[in-house]
Design a protein around this ligand. Structure first.
Ligand code: G3P
Length: 218
């Protein structure tokens, strides 16, 4: 399973990377717009920190523009994967980029049907938006599980990349379901680490040891 970090912050990418679990970085226009930086700078900096892919989303809304941007992103760093929305133009662009061998996949996915269209186009990934599917009144985890199960049944090689993850309960349910990949905010990743009982346990060991000499001083 791949774990990606959904952020434009170099500090948070570095911090998460030190945990040894970050396989790449995902970005989107909202995340980049929250910074004062150029999209290219965000992608280049992330690519300098992590060894794996950096996902960069197109801004154009027509297929020609999407193809142009996706091709252009390839000059920014190695292992850039273009994110194309699951729109009619996005699927057209995906088909053209596949023919050119430009790494790209489908994002803002809300249904199994959209995911299947992407997989039939050999998309590198499909990103169901778990939290936003919930917001729309459907079930984001269930939709993602169904996508994963269809891909497994059909032998599609497209990576199911669960996105828009709001909490660790969504994440752990998807781990149980065997999801291919997940992207999460640094806050959700931090919530994987922090547990009050672990803090209590560590404090208890320190208290039990008291003022004895540390082990390596003996
Ligand atoms: O990267 C895309 C996705 O994770 C968006 O999440 O929280 O804006 O729905 P959110």
């Amino acid at each position: 399973m791949n774990v990606y970090l959904d952020t434009a912050s170099p500090e948070r990418i570095r911090s998460a990377d030190r945990l040894g679990v970050v396989d790449g970085v995902t970005t989107n226009p909202s995340i980049v717009a929250d910074t004062d930086r150029r999209y290219r700078d965000v992608v280049e900096t992330a690519a300098d920190i992590v060894d794996g892919p950096v996902f960069a989303q197109v801004l154009a809304e027509d297929a020609d523009g999407m193809v142009r941007e996706a091709r252009g992103y390839q000059d920014w760093a190695d292992h850039v994967i273009a994110k194309l929305p699951a729109t009619r133009a996005g699927f057209q662009a995906l088909a053209r980029l596949r023919a050119d061998g430009v790494p790209s996949g489908t994002t803002v996915v809300f249904s199994v049907e959209q995911a299947v269209l992407a997989a039939k186009n050999d998309a590198a990934f499909v990103a169901p938006y778990v939290g936003r599917i919930d917001d729309s009144g459907a079930d984001g985890v269930a939709t993602t599980r169904r996508i994963q199960s269809v891909f497994d049944a059909q032998g599609f090689e497209t990576e199911v990349l669960a996105a828009s993850i709001r909490n660790t309960t969504q994440a752990t349910t998807l781990y149980e379901a065997g999801v291919d990949a997940i992207t999460m905010s640094p806050d959700v990743l931090d919530a994987h680490v922090d547990h009050p009982e672990t803090e209590n346990g560590v404090a208890g060991f320190a208290a039990a040891w008291g003022d004895r000499d540390p082990p390596l001083s003996e």
